[in-house]
Write a protein that binds this ligand. Sequence first.
Ligand SMILES: [Zn+2]
Length: 274
Amino acid sequence: MLKILDAHIHLSERKDDALLRFAKMNALRYTLDGLLADMRKNGVERGLLLSPPLRNGLPLPNEDIIDICRRSGGKLSPVITAEPTAEAVEAAIGLAEKNRKEVKAFKVRLGYVNAPAESPVFDALYDYAQSERLPVLFHTGDTASDTGELALSHPLALDRLANRREELTIVLCHFGNPWFEDVAELIYKHPKVYADISGLTTGGGAYADKFAAWLARKVSEAIYFAGGPEKDIFGTDYPVTSYPDALDLVNRLEVDGGDKDMILCRNAKRVFGL
Ligand SMILES: [Zn+2]
C-alpha cells in the first residue's frame, strides 16, 4: 500500500479546544487514540502535530503538543507555534532547541495574530529555522474566525519574505485558499516555498460535490502551472477535514499516480525529514 504522511494535524485533550466543533461535524472522536486509529485505518504512517486554537483565541501551549507526540508511539512529530512577541519567539526557539530530535518545523498563525510575516519580531525565529533547516509553516488564506485579517494571511504577503530569505523553507498552509493561483506563482517562483493542501473541505453542504471538484481542478491547475507536484504536500488539518475527504481530494487530482505519491509522501519526507 502507498505510504502516506500527514503534514498538518491538530489535537488537544481540552474542552476549550476551538476545533471541537469540526470534530463533531466530521464525527471524529478527537482523542489521541481516535486519531491514531484514523491514521492506521487510512494508511497514514506519520504526521506533524500543530497546536489547535483554544476558545480564547490562543494556541494550545507547545509543551502540550510535545507531550502528545511523546505518547504517540513515534507516529506524531511536533511543530512549534510561535506567536508575535519577543518572549514567545524566544520560548519557541528554546523548546525547539531542547527537543531538537523531535521538532520538525515552526508555525506562524498569519491572519490570526496581529503581525505580518515580515515583522522583525520573527527575525530570531527565521534565523534559527534557517540555521537548523527547519521549515516554517504559515497559515494562509481564509481564516476560521470571521475577524481574521485576510490582508495578513493572503499568500502574496509571503513573497517579500521569500525574496529576503532565500534560505528559509516556507510552507503555505491550505494552499492560500481561495487564492490558489497566487500560491501557484509563489511555489513556481521560489525554490524553497511549498504549499500544503490541508483543511480545504469540511462537512457537507448543498454543493459539496461540486466544491470538491472545483478544489481538485484548482490544485491540479496549480500543479500544471508549476510544471509538477514537487512543491505540494498532503495534509488534513484534522479535525477540520477528515481523512476520507482529504484523500478524496488527492484522488480527484488530474495528475498521474507517481505525482500523487509525491504529494502524499515523498515531498513531506524530503521537506520535513520525516
Ligand atoms: Zn491548521
